[in-house]
Unconditional design. Structure first.
Length: 167
């Protein structure tokens, strides 16, 4: 459906993120509306990759992407950046709304059982960072993604299934 979409998850690619992000930041700037971003990573994915075969870890990634799409609105866009890193763009969404979507995402992912063949007993989880354009030290698309990535690192360091907001 999306030309050039990530073959495994169906999420947009990094190149698509760049194009859509530039457009959405321009739109947010023009109309004085906020643009929220969620940057999230699959918790413990390296350990899963070490203990499970590729088919099962691919299934985990598909489940994460599906759970994310279920937590997002139809106007929101999902992109896969790296093996286990994703970005969601949330047009017309401020800081409070971004946190709400992040919590919905964490709940949706934790409700997804790990695939059969996985020895893990804990539910799947993601660490989520949020940032909003415009904001303190956020005036470009690059600064927006960097801020959400920094917040994601803070969330990941505080435990599994956490969210942190860029301040």
């Amino acid at each position: 459906e999306l030309k050039g979409a990530d073959m495994l998850t169906g999420a947009g690619t990094y190149a698509q993120l760049r194009a859509v992000l530039d457009y959405e930041v321009g739109r947010a700037r023009r109309y004085g509306r906020p643009l929220g971003v969620l940057f999230f990573t699959v918790d413990g994915f390296d350990a899963l990759r070490e203990t499970l075969d590729r088919e099962i870890t691919d299934t985990v990634l598909v489940q994460i992407a599906d759970a994310a799409r279920g937590a997002l609105r139809t106007v929101d866009r999902l992109f896969r950046l790296d093996i286990e890193e994703f970005v969601a763009l949330l047009p017309e969404t401020d800081s409070v709304g971004s946190l709400t979507v992040a919590e919905r995402l964490i709940s949706a992912v934790s409700a997804s059982p790990l695939p059969r063949g996985s020895l893990e007993s804990r539910p799947m989880s993601v660490s989520v960072g949020t940032a909003v354009f415009p904001g303190p030290k956020i005036s470009t698309p690059e600064e927006l993604i960097r801020a959400a990535h920094e917040a994601m690192k803070v969330a990941r360091e505080s435990g599994h299934g956490r969210v942190a907001r860029y301040e």
